[in-house]
Design a binder for this molecule. Structure first.
Ligand code: GYE
Length: 340
């Protein structure tokens, strides 16, 4: 390790899985890099894949000592985790910010301590005191969902769209971007968004929100947009219980984001009509950034992940998003097999 580790200085509850025992830290010579990772939580399949990606890349075998904190969707815990990493004098801090604001003070503290911060996935929108960000363009994902729905409705002769949206965690850049992107197309097309509530990116909340939508908007909606797959799984249970049919054969078009393995299985079975991928496997790119910083180079400030748009029916081959033609991919077993 490059700096002294104060493993005992962090609260036991914050040290979830990768805390090295003092003996192995001793043995680990001078070139082990200590990385603090303040992860959002464990709310979704996407999140599980993101955590695994970091744990695989920043493993002891690869020469890292990963200090992993699951912040359980609590912004106060996340700030505390970052401050804990500063106290431990880790070499690098990775943050996946639960919400996009409230960061400048703690990032200034990181800067003062000389610890580079790498932001992954969600963005920080009120400070630029980080070395690099690796993630997705959430507004593009929302626009893609809107453009797909527009093209799909035209193809199917559906003239009226009455949509219900289950949003992701309020104040997260993923929620903000997906909401803005979809709304932009909805407004331009004159669609009705009957309601748009926070589903917290988890299955249980997605189900609760959909249960209440089924009561309040019975017979009035023909589209449900869930801002991640886990919410969609909850929404499917709620609609089934309420006797609402969805998917390719149903009365309600179901749109989702993330395209995790289980999500794609539901696209293939026709329960979800379209799923807009968000790629959680950022860790290899983060390692590149760290290597560049170690070599005294300046990394790119923003690195975008590559993503695909998945559908069930072979009726549209592409959509145009922000003026760029983008393919629609029909889900196959091979695609599911290869997915995160
Ligand atoms: O869509 C959701 C997760 O920040 C992009 O967070 C991420 C989102 C992802 O819980 O499943």
């Amino acid at each position: 390790m490059k700096k002294k580790l104060a493993v005992l200085g962090i609260a036991a509850s914050m040290c979830v899985s990768m805390c090295a025992a003092p003996m192995s830290v001793q043995a680990a010579e001078d070139d082990v890099l200590t990385i603090g990772f303040a992860q959002v939580g464990h709310e979704s399949d996407w999140r599980t894949a993101s955590t695994k990606s970091c744990q695989d890349v920043f493993s002891a075998e690869n020469g890292y000592d990963l200090q992993f904190v699951d912040c359980d969707n609590d912004s106060a815990v996340q700030l505390e985790a970052v401050r804990g990493f500063i106290e431990q004098e880790v070499d690098y801090i990775i943050i996946d910010p639960i919400v996009s604001t409230g960061w400048d003070t703690v990032l200034t503290e990181c800067e003062d301590a000389g610890i580079p911060v790498i932001v992954i996935d969600r963005t920080i929108d009120d400070s630029d005191k980080y070395a690099a960000w690796v993630g997705s363009n959430f507004k593009t994902e929302g626009l893609a969902a809107g453009e797909w729905l527009k093209a799909y409705a035209a193809e199917k002769g559906i003239e009226e769209i009455n949509a219900l949206v289950i949003e992701g965690t309020n104040g997260s850049s993923a929620q903000i971007g997906r909401t803005e992107g979809f709304k932009e197309i909805a407004d331009a097309e004159g669609w009705t968004i009957l309601d748009s509530q926070d589903g917290n990116f988890d299955q249980a909340t997605g189900q609760e929100v959909m249960e209440s939508y089924c009561k309040s908007y019975e017979g009035k909606f023909n589209v449900v947009v869930c801002q991640n797959d886990n919410e969609a799984f909850g929404a499917m249970d709620a609609m089934t219980a309420a006797g609402v049919t969805y998917g390719v054969e149903g009365d309600v078009i179901l749109v989702s984001f993330d395209a995790c393995t289980a999500g794609l299985e539901y696209v293939k079975s026709g329960d979800i009509n379209a799923d807009f991928e968000c790629n959680p496997l950022a860790a290899p790119f983060v390692e590149e950034v760290i290597k560049q910083l170690e070599a005294g180079e300046t990394p790119e400030k923003e690195v975008y992940m590559e993503e695909h748009w998945y559908v069930n029916e072979d009726i549209l081959s592409e959509i145009t998003v922000d003026g760029v033609a983008q393919p629609l991919t029909v889900v196959t077993d091979e695609i599911i097999e290869a997915q995160y």
